[in-house]
Design a protein around this ligand. Sequence first.
Ligand code: ZN
Length: 203
Amino acid sequence: MNVEQVYKDANALLDGHFLLASGNHSSRYLQSAKVMEYPKKASLLTDALADMIKSAGIEVDTICSPALGGVLTGYELARSLDVRSIFVEKDGKGGMVLRRGFEITEGEKVIICEDIITTGGSALKAAKAIEALGAEVVAFASLANRGFCKRVNGNDIAKDECSLPQNTPLFALDDFTFEMYAPEDCPLCKEGKSEAIKPGSKS
Ligand code: ZN
């Protein structure tokens, strides 16, 4: 599957001048919500991701996603794997929490699913929240890996910025490695023709 083409076809691979959640600037941005707009196309992506997970022999009871970004991907991946889907949400104190009556049983095998893994910060918070309830996190999964963490069968090595544990596999359909710049080093800012805009939830 040509994942980059899927993103381009969905107008989900944006070119411009973007302010990322990390505070860095970039000339490209993946808007994964756009590739999830059409459920049948979305399920083709998560079916491919599920095949990778099954091929690796990973046994899983439950998919858990950090809200909001991971929820649609996690739900579709759960459908592809025929397991249940739950999500954690921000606890207002910098962590994640399981609410809404969702429960975890001791030893339950869980995959943490995101739409995109950048440094994996949200995925790690989600993992910690459910491990505290007795879950065993057997893998991480995402549609796209931004190239900081090493995915199963990927070419990149894990960079220092990656916050995911090295001994837990990360499954992603593809690597998307874009340049990111600290604002003071951003060549687009130096050009002076544009200001970095925050894509995603605010626009
Ligand atoms: Zn800039």
